[in-house]
Design a protein around this ligand. Sequence first.
Ligand SMILES: [Zn+2]
Length: 222
Amino acid sequence: MNGKISQWKDDKGFGFITSDDGQKIFFHISSLTTRDRRPEIGDLVIFTAQTDKQNRLKASKVAIEGLSKTSQYQRHNKVEPKTKNGFDYLLMFALSTLALLAAYTYFKLNSIEDAIVFAIPAVIALIFLGRQKKPKSRVFNCTKCKKVEHFDKRTISAWNRGFTRLYCNTCHVEWLRNNPSQENNYSSSQQSKGCLVAFTLIVGTSSFAGYSLVSWLVQVVI
Ligand SMILES: [Zn+2]
């Protein structure tokens, strides 16, 4: 069937098509078969009309005229998880060695100045380890609505925290609205134990570095 988009709620991801024979038909963004951009009011569309379980009219396979179809390749953008490279392993090795040396010089040799020499590069190594990386692919499929989306600041940061199931902005906002109190659970539910270890290391090393620095300053001042 042919029609025109007469209503579109971008934040909710649904709208209505007025068909050429004058019927008003519901459609959801997940039934879109074209890519490149989101629907807009006035778009001419080709679609298949269906009735749902409650016997209401619903459009499926909605194609916006003039836009290219989503290919199979485009539909399955697998998000590769973040991986560590040689540089990361080198940093981890340097970090643990430096932290050990700092602890040793501080507690065994009681030399705060020497401990700082090791603690400061350890903190720098930590900062490098925590740096953000970019995913290989520039796009991903929204886990919920399957729409192809470009990575942005939010999704890159989520990917860096170990997520491979990502949501488009519409679904993310929708999710937050439905689960306002669970925002924290959402962020932490998929984090691996590796993050916990890294976190402990970060807190441990920085507090140690901070403590040594303060003790050193106190010594210098007095
Ligand atoms: Zn989505």
